[in-house]
Ligand binder design. Sequence first.
Ligand code: UDP
Length: 480
Amino acid sequence: MKPQQRSSLTEVQVGALPLELLARLLEPERAARLEAYAEAARGLLGDRVVWNINATASGGGVAEMLLALLAYARGAGVDARWLVLNGDPDFFRTTKRLHNFLHGSLGDEGDLGEREQQHYEAVLAANLEGLTELISPGDLVLLHDPQTAGLVTGIRELGAHVVWRAHIGADMSSRVTEAGWSFLRPYVSAAEAVIFSRAEFVPRWVDPGRVVVIPPSLDPFSPKNRELGPDEVEATLRAAGIVDGDADEAHLDFARRDGSQARVRQHKGVVMGGGMAPDVRYVLQVSRWDRLKDMAGVVTGFAAALDSMPEDVHLVVAGPRPEGVSDDPEGAEVSEECLVTWLELPDRARRRIHLCNVPTDDVDENAHIVNALQRRADLVVQKSVAEGFGLTVTEPMWKARAVLASRVGGIQDQIVHGESGVLLDDPRDLAGFGRAVTTLMRDDGLRARLGAAARERVRDQYLGDRHLIQYVDLFASLLG
Ligand code: UDP
């Protein structure tokens, strides 16, 4: 297995966003604290660069967060930059296997042996060559997820401070998780600090003195989360072909992340089996096509509950066009499996279930369409069997949607059961899932109450100020 790409890493250009934007949503005391931290960061970091390295520029929660956090950091005067590493299909097959193992799942049941380790190291050694001219002694380097762990030692030898961050993990350790961690342990052990999204994810062998727990956060001003009026939502979903009818041209403009204006294009072929009538209500799951998100289980569970469901309730299951997520080799296969599940349903169920592949060639437009989908949903579900954190839960919560999600990973930190959403104890219990959807769809008042509390929960815990402040505290401890 020879690395196919030996060229340098790709730099993602990130704009700058003023912290005042974020501060507008905060109580004055909280806004002042953020400003004080920004000043401290400028003093602490001086002309050091804060590098972030991951495996994809779009698709998935890590890319989503980097775009936002780096923009605020740059707006605060910190030289934060983002590089995406290069890998070949064998490398990404191995790292997807690691991803599955760390979630406690065997994935494609392939090996994580010496052959895979050698190839993993060879690909990262090639990437390291591209980094030697970029990284200076004293810089801070944040490496994200298993794809980057093998860079730790090489970058430390360049004189930089190196932190490795795991955005994933399992609620309980098992032989499978241990096998994944034993592959990564030599690399991770060399990092000066290791960040996890929750304390339960930390493997026993990690020195507790080097662990920092930092949950993810959401950017309220990104195209994914920005406020949209009902006319914009309707026009967007019609242009995307998800809702039937002509889109009102007057409401198709949207703001890109860099502030420039764009217009939703007219799409065809986004929805299997055609769009929905404008007057239906719908339950939504948006995810990458990853088996651990169990999109096919959502389809089966919903279809089985149709008899007890109000007649105007449909299901939308939406994911990115699989070829749009470069570090996920299983996307196309999982999307296909979901399609087969749908094709095997009786006609009357298929008419009420809509599978969407949202185009990814324009990331801002993709985000805007997902925003509209989430805002128009009557209930959002996330029936993952494992989850690192689940921004697909945070996003609808911020939009004051009622959310029903599995009691796994970071989801259980976000939702207080019965207050800011509903947790499903056993994600494999399709009948229980169907019953919960039915109960929620029959009770408008309950959904409204859960949605309102959900928004406040996100304001309280999961906005960028808390996240940025935790990073500054970590940098201060590393730089002494
Ligand atoms: N997402 C998207 N387009 C899609 C499907 C998903 O932009 O078609 C986004 C979703 O809105 C969220 C991210 O991908 O911001 C998924 O992050 P999450 O933390 O839920 O899970 P991950 O994919 O990182 O496992």
